[in-house]
Design a binder for this molecule. Structure first.
Ligand code: MN
Length: 313
C-alpha cells in the first residue's frame, strides 16, 4: 500500500508517549482514494503519532473489487520502515524490487522490511475473491536498523493464544511466551483478537498500547467502539478488558522508540533533508530498485512543498 492520502500531513516530530495508563478514544480520518474506496487512517493522528514503533495504520473495506481492475497500487518506494499487510478477506499479489512475487490471503502475514530502500506493488489477482477487507500497518525502524538491507517475509503459521472468550493471533512481535515468526527490530506486539464474550487480554506493562476494531463492534476498556475508532490505552497496564459478539479487535503495542521521526509520503526519516533526498532518489536514482512484472507505470512522488520540510516543534 502507498500513502494515497491526497493531503498528507506535514512531517511531524514524534517520540513522546504517555507514561501512565490513559483512555482516549480517537476517531479515524476517512478519505477516498482512486476508485472511491474509503480508507480510515487510525495512525498517525494529531493527538497520537506513534504507539511503540507502530507509526501508521490504515483500515479499509469491505470493498467490492470484482469489477474492473480491482485494487491496483503501482510500484512505489519505502524507506525506514516495515510494512505489515493483514487481510480479513480477499487476496493481493505482492511484488517487490528484491524479486519477490507472493500471493497473500486472509490471516497471512505479509511483512516487508525496507531498510534503506525498497519498492513494491500490490494488485488484485485476476481470479480474486469479490471482497477486499484489511489493514495496512507500518513499523518505524530504529536508528540501528533503518540503514540496513531490505527483506520480504510471508508467514502463514502464526501463534494463536486463547484467553477465555478472547482468541489472540500474534501477527507480529511478542505476546507472553508466544512470538510471531516475523522479524522485528524493537520490542512490540500486534494482535488480531477475536472477541466472543467478555475477557481480559494480558498486556506487557512496559509497552504503550492502543486498540481498534477490525470488524464488528466491541467494548474496549469499558468503551463501546466500532470500525473507525481507536482507543489509546497508554502504558503501565497489565491487561485490557474486551467484550463483544464475534468481533475482531487489533491491539498494537510496543516500547516507545524514543526517536524523532519525520514521516512524509512512504518514507520514515529523521529530517526534512532526508525526506528530500529519498524523494529525489525515487525520482532519479536506483536506491529503491525496480519492480518487475507490474502491468503499468510506477507512482511518481508527490511534490515536496517548502512548508512540508519544517517539522513541528
Ligand atoms: Mn507500500
Amino acid at each position: 500500500m502507498s500513502d494515497q492520502d491526497p493531503q498528507p500531513d506535514s512531517p511531524v516530530t514524534t517520540g513522546g508517549a504517555a507514561a501512565e495508563p490513559v483512555h482516549e478514544r480517537l476517531e479515524a480520518r476517512s478519505f477516498r482514494v482512486g476508485d472511491g474506496t474509503e480508507v480510515r487512517r487510525l495512525l498517525p493522528q494529531r493527538r497520537l503519532r506513534t504507539v511503540g514503533a507502530w507509526c501508521f495504520a490504515d483500515h479499509y473495506g469491505p470493498d467490492d473489487v470484482i469489477d474492473a481492475e480491482g485494487m491496483q497500487v503501482p510500484p512505489h518506494p519505502h524507506a525506514g520502515l516495515q510494512t505489515v499487510s493483514w487481510l480479513l478477506e480477499g487476496e493481493i499479489v505482492h511484488r517487490d524490487s528484491l524479486g519477490s512475487l507472493q500471493r497473500v490471503g486472509p490471516r497471512e502475514l505479509s511483512l516487508m522490511t525496507s531498510g534503506r530502500g525498497i519498492s513494491h506493488s500490490e494488485e488484485s489477482p485476476a481470479d480474486r475473491p469479490p471482497i477486499l477487507y484489511g489493514v495496512q500497518l507500518w513499523v518505524a525502524l530504529p536508528e540501528a536498523a533503518r540503514h540496513g538491507e531490505a527483506s520480504y517475509e510471508h508467514h502463514t503459521a502464526l501463534p494463536v493464544v486463547a484467553h477465555g472468550a478472547l482468541t489472540a493471533t500474534v501477527v507480529l512481535g511478542e505476546h507472553g511466551a508466544a512470538r510471531s515468526p516475523g522479524t522485528t527490530f524493537s520490542r512490540l506486539v500486534g494482535l488480531d483478537v477475536h472477541v466472543d464474550g467478555d475477557g481480559a487480554l494480558p498486556l506487557e506493562p512496559d509497552f504503550e498500547h492502543a486498540a481498534f476494531v477490525l470488524d464488528g463492534e466491541a467494548v474496549v476498556d469499558g468503551d463501546k467502539v466500532g470500525v473507525g475508532d481507536l482507543v489509546h490505552l497508554g502504558r503501565g497496564r497489565e491487561e485490557v478488558l474486551l467484550s463483544g459478539e464475534d468481533a475482531r479487535v487489533m491491539v498494537l503495542g510496543g516500547e516507545p522508540l524514543g526517536e524523532q521521526l519525520v514521516l512524509w509520503w512512504n518514507f520514515v526519516c529523521r529530517s526534512g533533508e532526508e525526506v528530500a533526498q529519498a524523494r529525489e532518489d525515487w525520482e532519479s536514482g536506483d536506491r529503491f530498485g525496480t519492480v518487475v512484472g507490474y502491468p503499468g507505470p510506477r507512482l511518481p512522488a508527490p511534490p515536496l512543498g517548502p512548508a512540508r520540510l519544517l517539522p513541528r516543534s
